[in-house]
Design a protein around this ligand. Structure first.
Ligand code: DGI
Ligand code: FE
Ligand code: FE
Length: 187
């Protein structure tokens, strides 16, 4: 599938600002892929579809989680986390894209996980640091992302966890697994 074809499928699924975020994530993922290696065609498609399910309603996402083989523990956590796994499912079902590596990157883009593939890391980091983001600490992540993909992912994961903790929110286990694994990978 070509970039423009994929963008035309995703655009009606998203609001304008989210679509613009998607285009920036795509360009950022390609830039990171050129710098650190990775399949650029897959990175492009994974980025374009990463937020495919972002605006599905909560009841629909809940139904998919209950009826398909998705982890049921997601339902005990914030519904913001659901659009990754549900998105991977719907991109396969509705778009017919069935590349395992692309679906994995979509599935894990919000939480990350232990043992992320190169493609998972590119999408996880591009989503966090695309130029439209203004999280506290994102500048440092962009700086580190000039030469160290794993370290940049670690900082992104750490910042997200600290932000969620400061807000008193619960944290999904894979979010911690992602952080812990990167700490080990880097030591
Ligand atoms: O979909 P986006 O807005 O582009 O970005 P995203 O998919 O990375 O994140 C959506 C939200 O999910 C973001 O506000 C951070 C939050 N998040 C990430 N990991 C966790 C989490 N929220 C909870 N409650 N627990 C997590 O582990
Ligand atoms: Fe997302
Ligand atoms: Fe996103």
């Amino acid at each position: 599938m070509k970039r423009n074809e994929a963008l035309a499928i995703v655009e009606p699924q998203l609001r304008t600002a989210r679509f613009e975020h998607t285009v920036r994530v795509t360009d950022t993922a390609l830039e990171l892929g050129r710098r650190f290696g990775g399949n650029l065609e897959k990175a492009e498609l994974a980025a374009i579809f990463h937020d495919y399910a972002k605006y599905r309603n909560i009841r629909e996402m809940k139904r998919w989680i209950l009826s398909e083989s998705l982890p049921k523990d997601l339902l005990q956590y914030h519904h913001e986390l659901w659009h990754g796994p549900v998105g991977a499912l719907l991109v396969e079902r509705e778009v017919g894209l069935n590349d395992r590596e692309i679906l994995s990157a979509i599935r894990w883009h919000t939480t990350g996980k232990a043992h992320m593939s190169q493609l998972d890391k590119l999408i996880f980091l591009a989503d966090y640091m695309e130029p439209g983001r203004s999280f506290p600490g994102v500048e440092e992540v962009r700086e580190v992302a000039k030469n160290n993909l794993e370290k940049a992912c670690l900082l992104a994961s750490r910042n997200t966890i600290m932000h969620l903790m400061n807000k008193g929110q619960s944290i999904y286990p894979d979010t911690f697994h992602c952080y812990n694994h990167l700490v080990r990978e880097l030591s």
